[in-house]
Design a protein around this ligand. Structure first.
Ligand SMILES: Cc1cc2nc3c(=O)[nH]c(=O)nc-3n(C[C@H](O)[C@H](O)[C@H](O)COP(=O)(O)OP(=O)(O)OC[C@H]3O[C@@H](n4cnc5c(N)ncnc54)[C@H](O)[C@@H]3O)c2cc1C
Length: 451
C-alpha cells in the first residue's frame, strides 16, 4: 500500500517538496496530498511589487503551477483547505474546507509543514481599516489595484526594508505621491551598515519619495472605515493607501500546539535534513530556523531561495533519498530604480554583535572601465576578521552590474576564503563590464591591507 505524504502549505517550500518527492516515487509508492488555505498554489510573492508597479503584466504570470497542473503531475492539491490541527501521536491533521465549512481528519505517514510566514502587524489603532494592507499575496495586489481604481493618489509605505523599497518604487511608477516612513535612521537599516544605506536614501529622495527616517508610526486616522492618514510621532501623513512592510514572523502556531519544537529565533527547529524532532514530521521554508554559516546560530531568513532549496531537500529525504540543507548566509539583492543593492553574510554591526573582531572597509569603484560609456559608481563594503583576514560579509550598492557581483563574494564567503584570497581571484574583465581591477578585487585587496 502507498505511504501517504501530507503537506501543509501550497507555495514554494511545500510544492517544491511535493514535486521532488513525486519525481523520486511512483503514486503506488507515495500518495501526496497538499492542503492550501488560499486559492492559488506555487505563486511568486517575489514578483508582487513588480505586478503592482505594472512591470509584470498580470497576476497569472506569477503563478508557476496551478492546482490543476500539480494534479496532472500526480499531486493531490486541495486549495481553500486549511489545516487547523496536527495530532502527531495519531499521525493525523484536521482540515477545514473553507467553502463548505466541513471538517475532516486526514491520516499521514509523513507530514511536511510549509506554512510560511506572516507580515508583522503591530496592534496600531486603525490597522484593519480599508486601504491599509500588506503585500504578501495575489489578493493583496488585487486590493492595491482596487484602491488605485478608486482614485488613491497618496501612498504611504511603512518600513524601508526590501519589500518597502520595491513597493515604493512600484507605486511611484504608477504615478502616486509616495511617502516612506521608517523608524530607523536609514533605509534597509536592518541589513545594511549606515554608510552603505546612505546612497539608498539619496536615490529614494532623488526619485521624489518623501523619505521620513527616524519616524515611528503610532496608528492610522480613518473616516468611515477608510484610512485617511498615517499617524506618526512627528505628526500625520495623509494617505489613501498604506502598505506595511515590517518584516515577517514564521507561522508556527499549528506546530507549537502539536508539541513540535520552536526555537528562540521564532521558527520551527529542524536539522539539516529538515526533520523536526517529532517523528515523521518535517518542515521547510519561511516557518523554520536555519543555521547561519558564519555565526553558527539559528536564524529566520525568510527568502524564496531557501524555501525552494529546503523544500527540495525535504522532498528528497521523505522519498527515501539523502540530502542536506547546508545553511544560509543571508545573501539578498534588490533594486531601487537604477540603484542595485546586494548583501551577504554579516554587516560590520552584526559581526561586532556576534563577537567577531571585525574590520569594515568601504571602497568606491566604477562599474566599467572609466573611459567606457555608461560607467557608474559602485560602493563595496567588505567585512573581515582582523588578523585572520577571513571574509565575514559584504555589501554592494551601485549602478548597472553592481548587485549580482554580491554572488562572487557570497561564493567566497561560502567557501571560507580570506580577503587576500578573494583579492587574487581570476575574475573576468573587458571594458564594457568592469575596470581591469574588478570592484570586487579592489575592495578585497583594500580590506586585505587593513586586516
Ligand atoms: C512582496 C514580497 C517580495 C519578496 N521578494 C523576494 C525576493 O526578491 N527574493 C527572495 O528570495 N524572497 C522574496 N520574498 C520571500 C519569498 O516569497 C518567501 O520566502 C517564500 O514565498 C516562502 O515560501 P514558503 O513556501 O515557505 O511560504 P509561503 O510562500 O508563505 O507559503 C506558505 C503557504 O502556506 C499556506 N498556509 C499557511 N498555513 C496554512 C494552514 N494552516 N493550512 C493550509 N495552508 C496554510 C499559506 O496560505 C501559503 O500559501 C518575497 C516575499 C514577498 C511577500
Amino acid at each position: 500500500m502507498a505511504r501517504r505524504l501530507v503537506i501543509i502549505g501550497g507555495d514554494a517550500a511545500g510544492m517544491s517538496a511535493a514535486a521532488q518527492a513525486r519525481r523520486m516515487t511512483t503514486a503506488g509508492e507515495l500518495e501526496i496530498v497538499a492542503f492550501e488555505r488560499g486559492s492559488v498554489t506555487s505563486y511568486a510573492a517575489c514578483g508582487l511589487p513588480y505586478l503592482v508597479g505594472g512591470i509584470v503584466e498580470g497576476p497569472e504570470r506569477l503563478v508557476a503551477r496551478t492546482p490543476e497542473q500539480h494534479r496532472a503531475n500526480g499531486i493531490d492539491v486541495r486549495i481553500r483547505h486549511e489545516v487547523t490541527a496536527i495530532d502527531a501521536r495519531a499521525s493525523t491533521v484536521t482540515v477545514r474546507d473553507l467553502d463548505t465549512g466541513r471538517t475532516a481528519v486526514e491520516h499521514y505517514d509523513e507530514l511536511l509543514i510549509g506554512t510560511g510566514a506572516s507580515g508583522i502587524a503591530p496592534p496600531w489603532p486603525g490597522i484593519d481599516a480599508d486601504g491599509v494592507l500588506q503585500l504578501r499575496t495575489l489578493a493583496d495586489a488585487a486590493d492595491v489595484e482596487r484602491l488605485l481604481g478608486a482614485g488613491a493618489r497618496r501612498a504611504v509605505v511603512v518600513g524601508a526594508g526590501y519589500i518597502g523599497l520595491e513597493v515604493a518604487e512600484g507605486l511611484l511608477g504608477r504615478g502616486l505621491a509616495v511617502t516612506v516612513v521608517e523608524r530607523l535612521d536609514a533605509p534597509m537599516g536592518a541589513v545594511l551598515d549606515a554608510d552603505m544605506a546612505a546612497p539608498v536614501a539619496d536615490a529614494m529622495r532623488a526619485a521624489g519619495i518623501d523619505l521620513r527616517l527616524g519616524t515611528a508610526v503610532t496608528g492610522f486616522t480613518t473616516v468611515d472605515g477608510r484610512v485617511t492618514a498615517v499617524e506618526t510621532a512627528a505628526g500625520p501623513v495623509a494617505a489613501d493607501l498604506v502598505v506595511i512592510g515590517l518584516g515577517v514572523r514564521p507561522n508556527i502556531d499549528l506546530a507549537r500546539a502539536a508539541g513540535i519544537r520552536v526555537g528562540e529565533a521564532g521558527g520551527i527547529i529542524v536539522d539539516d535534513h529538515l526533520r523536526t524532532g517529532t517523528p515523521h514530521v518535517w518542515a521547510a521554508g519561511d516557518c523554520v530556523e536555519s543555521r547561519h554559516r558564519i555565526t553558527g546560530r539559528s536564524v529566520v531568513v525568510a527568502l524564496g531561495t531557501h524555501a525552494n532549496k529546503q523544500g527540495r531537500v525535504a522532498g528528497t529525504n521523505i522519498a527515501g533519498g539523502d540530502a542536506a540543507f547546508a545553511g544560509v548566509l543571508g545573501t539578498a539583492i534588490t533594486r531601487f530604480r537604477n540603484l542595485e543593492i546586494g548583501r551577504t553574510g554579516l554587516t560590520e554591526r552584526e559581526a561586532g554583535a556576534a563577537g567577531f573582531d571585525a574590520v569594515g572597509v568601504t571602497t568606491e569603484a566604477s562599474s566599467r572601465a572609466q573611459y567606457y560609456p555608461g560607467a557608474q559608481p559602485m560602493r563595496i563594503k567588505i567585512v573581515a576578521e582582523r588578523r585572520t583576514g577571513r571574509l565575514l560579509g559584504a555589501q554592494i550598492v551601485g549602478g548597472d552590474g553592481a548587485g549580482k557581483r554580491i554572488d562572487v563574494l557570497a561564493t567566497a564567503l561560502w567557501n571560507g576564503m580570506t580577503v587576500e584570497e578573494v583579492g587574487g581571484m581570476d575574475l573576468s574583465y573587458a571594458p564594457p563590464f568592469s575596470p581591469v581591477w574588478d570592484p570586487v578585487l579592489l575592495a578585497a585587496g583594500k580590506a586585505a591591507a587593513k586586516v
